[in-house]
Each structure stands twice: as structure tokens, then as C-alpha cells.
Design a protein around this ligand. Structure first.
Ligand SMILES: Nc1ncnc2c1ncn2[C@@H]1O[C@H](COP(=O)(O)OP(=O)(O)OP(=O)(O)O)[C@@H](O)[C@H]1O
Length: 265
């Protein structure tokens, strides 16, 4: 099988943040990802698209070792963050998941106050030396996630009492609070209405460049709107990876063309 690799880094891509080389993932005997090699750069939002079950979420979860939580999952190949092998025995997985944060399909705030949802990570990672510093991290994170204005007067209310879209922005603020380098988003808008979705997409635009962002989406219009690089997966293989506008207007592979023109998926 031919290996599909990332396009060459070009001006505007920013520094290389993560690389994957020949990554395979197995669930027991079943192979879900087959030889995927990709580069994730700092200044691009990277979208993973493809039909249901093609392995987008599985591959995304390799990038911060979330697959470690699935006992039958086995990952082989090489994945680096800033040149460091994230599967090396010396890698601290708790630290890794702070550096490579994750936002899930369904907003999952802790059953705690809005303040404590954000303060939790900085507290366990020892990022604040005083109450003032912690307050500052909470405010900055909520501001970056575009939620501060809506919650500044009710920081002690429960995070679960917010609307779905606000909860998802709270989860993004929670990821931001531990000062990550990469944010992984697994279909972050699939449980949201169009207005809340538009706010998250706007937020992704604002966060671009501050963090390397990788988003899984089944919505091709969303991939086209928010990303600058798109990877198309099919049956566990990476069919094509390139500049988003090229993938959507002039794909190289027939399978990609069939998918984006709605012939299957
Ligand atoms: N925990 C698991 N145990 C066993 N098999 C799994 C597990 N998670 C995913 N799979 C299998 O791995 C393959 C890829 O699934 P994955 O969820 O990564 O695809 P996806 O492209 O994200 O799909 P969707 O768009 O439907 O979320 C599928 O065949 C799926 O059944």
C-alpha cells in the first residue's frame, strides 16, 4: 500500500508540532488504523474527515494516548510531540494530556462550579501560586473560550447548568486553563444547535495559531470552514492529506472525490 504523508511544510504553517509515522491501531485482532503518517503544524487547524467507522476518532485518540484507556487497543508506529516520542516509557501521560488537551463530542463539564471546572487542572498541575493567580487563569481561560462575558457574574453556579453550547465552551476553557500546546476536538459541535455551532467555529478561528488544533468532523462544510489542512480517512487508511481548499475543490484521489461529492459516506 502506498503511504500518504503530510504535505511539505510551507510558509504560514508555523512550526511542526506533532508527527505520526506508520501508525497502526488494533482493537484486539481487528485493525482500525493502517500505517498513518501525518504532520500537525502550529498555525493550521487540521480536520479529519471520512465516513462513519473509518477511524477518525481512533486516530485522534492516539495523539494524546486516550486509547490507553481502552484495554484491547494497541497502538504501534511513532508519534512525536515537539520531537519527543509520546509512547516512550518515560512519558508522563497525565502531563501529556495537559499538553495535548481534548474536547469531546458531548460536553462533559464536571459536576462542579464554573470556577472549579476551570481551576481543577491548574490546581492539580500546580500552575498557580496564589488565589489571585488562579483567579487570573480562570478569567483568561474563560475569555479565550469566549464565555467570560456570559458567566463572570455566576462563577459559583454549576457548570452543568449552562446551555449545551456554553458547556462546550466551558470544556474548551478547561482545556486551555492548563496551557496546552495542542487541542484535539472530537466532533465538538455534533450535540449543538446551529447558533452554538457557529460560536464554536468562530472560537476555533480565534484560537488558531495559539494552539495547534485538530478536529474530527463528519460535517464537510464545517471542515471546509474551520480548517486549513484536511485528512480524508477511509477504512482505517489515510487516503489523502493536504490543503483544505485543494481537498474540496481538486482532490488527487478518486475516493476523496467520491466522498466529497456525496457519492458515498
Ligand atoms: N473501543 C472500541 N473497541 C473495539 N472497536 C472499536 C472501538 N472503538 C472503535 N472501534 C472500531 O474501530 C473502527 C473505527 O472507529 P472510530 O470510532 O475511530 O471511527 P470514526 O471514523 O470516528 O467513526 P464515527 O464518525 O462514526 O464516529 C470501527 O470499526 C469501530 O467499530
Amino acid at each position: 500500500m502506498t503511504e500518504t504523508t503530510a504535505p511539505a511544510i510551507s510558509a504560514g504553517d508555523g512550526p511542526l508540532k506533532m508527527t505520526t509515522r506508520n501508525v497502526d491501531v488494533f482493537y484486539g485482532e481487528k485493525q482500525a488504523i493502517n500505517g498513518v503518517s501525518i504532520d500537525v503544524t502550529m498555525d493550521n487547524v487540521t480536520a479529519f474527515i471520512g465516513p462513519s467507522g473509518c477511524g477518525k476518532s481512533t486516530f485522534l485518540r492516539c495523539l494524546n494516548r486516550m486509547n490507553d484507556t481502552i484495554p484491547i487497543a494497541k497502538v504501534t508506529g511513532e508519534i512525536t510531540l515537539e520531537g519527543e516520542d509520546i509512547y516512550a516509557p518515560k512519558m508522563d501521560v497525565v502531563q501529556l494530556r495537559a499538553r495535548v488537551g481534548m474536547v469531546f463530542q458531548k460536553p462533559n463539564p464536571f459536576p462542579k462550579s464554573i470556577y472549579d471546572n476551570i481551576a481543577y487542572g491548574p490546581r492539580i498541575h500546580g500552575l498557580a501560586n496564589s488565589k489571585d493567580e488562579l483567579d487570573n487563569i480562570v478569567e483568561t481561560s474563560l475569555q479565550r473560550a469566549g464565555l467570560w462575558g456570559e458567566v463572570q457574574d455566576r462563577l459559583q453556579d454549576s457548570g452543568t447548568a449552562l446551555s449545551g453550547g456554553q458547556q462546550q465552551r466551558l470544556c474548551i476553557a478547561r482545556a486551555i486553563a492548563v496551557d496546552p500546546e495542542v487541542i484535539l476536538m472530537d466532533e465538538p459541535c455534533s450535540a449543538l444547535d446551529p447558533i452554538a455551532t457557529a460560536k464554536i467555529e468562530e472560537l476555533i478561528h480565534e484560537l488558531r495559531g495559539k494552539y495547534a488544533i485538530v478536529i474530527v468532523t463528519h460535517n464537510m462544510q464545517q471542515a471546509a470552514r474551520v480548517s486549513q489542512r484536511t485528512a480524508f480517512f477511509h477504512l482505517g487508511t489515510l487516503v489523502e492529506y493536504g490543503v483544505t481548499s485543494d481537498i474540496f475543490t481538486n482532490p488527487t484521489e478518486e475516493k476523496t472525490r467520491d466522498y466529497i461529492t456525496g457519492r458515498y459516506g
